[in-house]
Design a protein around this ligand. Structure first.
Ligand SMILES: Nc1ncnc2c1ncn2[C@@H]1O[C@H](COP(=O)(O)OP(=O)(O)OP(=O)(O)O)[C@@H](O)[C@H]1O
Length: 303
């Protein structure tokens, strides 16, 4: 698969501050999470990729276009949701999004239709006729997302879209981002300082810290089976654990948890688990490989 984005040795300095340092990375199509603590250089990288900011040195391409010389073409096919609060307060979401659709080249009737569709997709219905200034943070984030999507881009950059949202708002926004990637087939680069939330929705995760690349991994690879299975039984957990330990199998059973884990060092272990459950006379609720969480691998990035 052709990468969607390629950077070669990208460095960006602001006076004495080096925001990005010799960053070389390839991002595949799909949903890509860009993770880093505050000040890691995420927003700077997005602005360089949009052709809005020239790198001090190095080169980058987005969907095959050079960021230095083809910025206009990039911004025609890429949507951008900035981190900052950038919406005019005294127009309605509907007026704003119709206006942006017209600016992208659609005639009036088509622009109204596209704007209404886009606002519906991001979950804004009747509210769209009220002035944006009175919206909650969650609603404003949805309007910012709509403006990034209304010109029908092939790729969107979403800068901290979950910022300022409560836990339910975060979950809804993350589900929406996943849908943009899967149902609409638009590639997404989404930034966050929280690795845990991006590993839930991203196909690939890139971690940057202090302007340098820490890691670039597919989520599937990073969460590959760890050689440990999770077991949950309907009742009498401790009896099942005792039976397994008596058979010389390594079991971890934290106090108070319904679940325990078993190290699978050879194929007979899984049979021993099902046999122990059967002889104890209880039901098996789950028997599944435990996955490595990305958060376990990059603990430093999840601050
Ligand atoms: N225009 C600018 N002038 C001077 N310094 C800047 C400018 N833009 C960014 N920086 C600095 O570059 C570094 C990286 O900033 P950047 O905004 O890219 O980080 P970030 O990972 O997006 O963090 P945040 O989540 O806080 O926005 C920071 O030290 C920041 O202060």
């Amino acid at each position: 698969m052709e990468p969607a984005i390629v950077t070669h040795g990208v460095t960006k300095s602001f006076g004495r501050v080096t925001a990005l340092s010799d960053l070389s990375v390839e991002l595949p199509p799909g949903v890509v999470g860009l993770v880093g603590a505050n000040g890691a250089g995420k927003s700077t990288l997005l602005k360089i990729l949009l052709g809005l900011l020239p790198p001090t040195s190095g080169t980058a391409t987005v969907l095959g276009h050079d960021t230095l010389t083809e910025g206009l073409e990039i911004r025609r096919i890429v949507g951008y949701m900035p981190e900052s609060d950038c919406l005019p307060a005294d127009v309605s979401a509907s007026e704003l999004i119709v206006h942006l659709a017209r600016m992208s080249g659609l005639p009036a009737a088509a622009a109204r239709e596209r704007a209404a569709d886009t606002l519906r997709h991001v979950g804004l219905d009747e509210e769209r006729y009220r002035p944006v200034g009175g919206y909650s943070t969650g609603m404003k984030q949805r309007v910012k997302l709509a403006q990034a999507l209304v010109h029908d881009p092939r790729l969107v950059f979403l800068d901290e879209p979950t910022n300022g949202l409560d836990p339910t708002g975060r979950d809804e926004m993350l589900a929406l981002i996943r849908r943009i990637g899967t149902e609409f087939g638009i590639s997404v680069v989404v930034t966050s300082h929280l690795l845990g939330e991006l590993e839930r929705i991203a196909d690939h995760v890139v971690v940057i810290e202090g302007g340098t690349l820490q890691r670039s991994t597919s989520t599937a690879e990073a969460t590959a089976a760890s050689g440990v299975v999770l077991v949950e039984v309907t009742t009498r957990r401790d009896a099942v654990v005792e039976t397994l330990r008596a058979a010389g199998i390594a079991v971890e059973a934290p106090d108070g948890a319904d679940i325990f884990t078993v190290t699978v060092d050879d194929a007979t272990v899984l049979d021993a688990v099902t046999a122990a459950v059967a002889t104890t006379g209880v039901g098996l609720v789950r028997l599944q490989p435990r996955r490595h969480h990305l958060t376990e691998m990059f603990t430093g990035a999840n601050r």
